[in-house]
Design a protein around this ligand. Structure first.
Ligand code: PLP
Ligand code: TYF
Length: 396
């Protein structure tokens, strides 16, 4: 039986971290995986998170099962953060469940859509986070792409995107990055979102917003504004969130799935379907991450501490972007200023595959073959080395 198993390919991003870990060079830099590292190159333990953990430990609660749809305080706190004061909430039209990170939310959302016979066609941006295609294919969708990145322009092929959405069959599911597009770092502006929403409505498409980086673009409320645009347009849609990055809680697997539906009776039925999916998958979600996030969000002092820390992370990434551009300019490279315009953790560097491979083999600098680098892993000590290496592979 098991000898039939073929060797499956490794995850291209997580596989790179494995290669990085065994690399013996002292100067090595991991710009592969999307993880925010602090000034010392370490994964931060946010103060607000630590304080919340201590309070939770002190309360010494027993380890009960959670409700299938997750911790009630967590569900309402994250929903309030994402949807604000929207009428959709007071009308009872938003169903929110706790999920196993952003990934789990995408998968449960995909499963729900298939149960409701949505699709089978689903579009992701070209390019997108690698796992989008894998998750939705596994859930039974036929995954295709809409145009997004224009390599010549070093920006968004917006007319191409609109044309592709406009040509999609009614009922097609469209996955959209709410902010900090992974991998390119290019986001739609407000007017472009409005046009996308118009096309989604006129073509009867089903939007699935993926918001894994709320707070890393322009701010918590500013990044969340795109969700407002969707709710006030009257669209029905799905929204996944992740607190892996914004709370630096990667291993706790904490996220949410929200579904905005027609009315509160539909909401009750949709929730019952989600609970069926969850019950037959992992039964109910883990406690720790949700307890931490809700403790922070519901306590005024911890919440403002967290917002300050997140804001520091965001502005620091922006500074790293300008510092990298300056360091490259000093080394005679004057065509990479776009790095300072991109947002979020990632930059599509525009470096071709051979140069990304050379960065890895000659310098121990691990980025993705696509040219994506994680700017959030740079710091004062490695930035000059990375700039030297980029200058060297470009000159070769
Ligand atoms: N969506 C996007 C666009 C991401 O970059 C990530 C990254 O991890 C996720 C979803 C998944 O989030 P999580 O790690 O919480 O599963
Ligand atoms: O794109 C990234 O690097 C992050 C982290 O299977 C990640 O989103 C990468 C691959 C993966 C899960 C998370």
């Amino acid at each position: 039986l098991f000898e039939r198993a073929e060797l499956a390919p490794a995850d291209p991003i997580l596989g790179l971290t494995e290669a990085f870990t065994v690399d013996k060079r002292a100067q090595k830099v991991n710009l592969g995986v999307g993880v925010y590292l602090d000034e010392d190159g370490r994964l931060p333990l946010m103060r607000a998170v630590q304080e919340a953990s201590e309070r939770i430990t002190q309360a010494a609660r027993p380890h009960a099962y959670q409700p299938i749809d997750g911790m009630p305080a967590y569900r309402s706190a994250v929903r309030a953060m994402v949807f604000g004061e929207s009428d959709a909430i007071s009308d009872g039209r938003v169903v929110t469940v706790q999920s196993l990170g952003g990934t789990g939310a995408l998968r449960i959302g995909g499963d729900l859509l298939r149960v409701l016979s949505a699709g089978p066609k689903l579009l992701v941006s070209n390019p997108s986070w690698e796992n989008h295609r894998a998750i939705f294919s596994r859930a039974g969708f036929e995954v295709d792409t809409y145009r997004y990145y224009d390599a010549e322009l070093k920006g968004i092929d917006f007319e191409g995107m609109i044309a592709d959405l406009d040509a999609a069959e009614a009922g097609t599911v469209v996955v959209l990055h709410a902010c900090c597009h992974n991998p390119t770092g290019y986001d739609l502006d407000a007017a472009q979102w409005d046009r996308v929403i118009e096309v989604l409505i006129s073509r009867s498409l089903v939007p699935f917003l993926d918001m894994a980086y709320q707070g890393f673009g322009s701010g918590i409320a500013e990044d969340g504004a795109v969700v407002d645009r969707f709710t006030s347009s009257g669209l029905m849609f799905l929204l996944s969130t992740s607190y892996s990055k914004s709370f630096s809680l990667y291993g706790e697997r904490v996220g949410s799935l929200s579904v905005v539906v027609e009315d509160s009776t539909v909401a009750a039925r949709v929730l019952s379907q989600l609970k069926t999916l969850i019950r037959t998958d992992y039964s109910n979600p883990p406690t720790e991450g949700a307890a931490i996030v809700s403790t922070v969000l519901l306590d005024e002092e911890l919440r403002s501490m967290w917002a300050d820390e997140l804001s520091h992370m965001r502005t620091r990434i922006q500074t790293l972007r300008t510092s990298l551009v300056a360091a490259l300019t000093e080394r005679g490279i004057d065509d990479m200023e776009f790095i300072a315009q991109q947002r979020g953790m990632f930059s599509y560097s525009g470096l071709p595959r051979e140069q990304m491979v050379a960065l890895r083999s000659e310098f121990g600098i691990y980025g993705l073959d696509s040219g994506r680098i994680c700017v959030a892993a740079l710091n004062d000590r490695n930035l000059g080395y990375v700039a030297d290496a980029i200058a060297s592979v470009r000159a070769a």
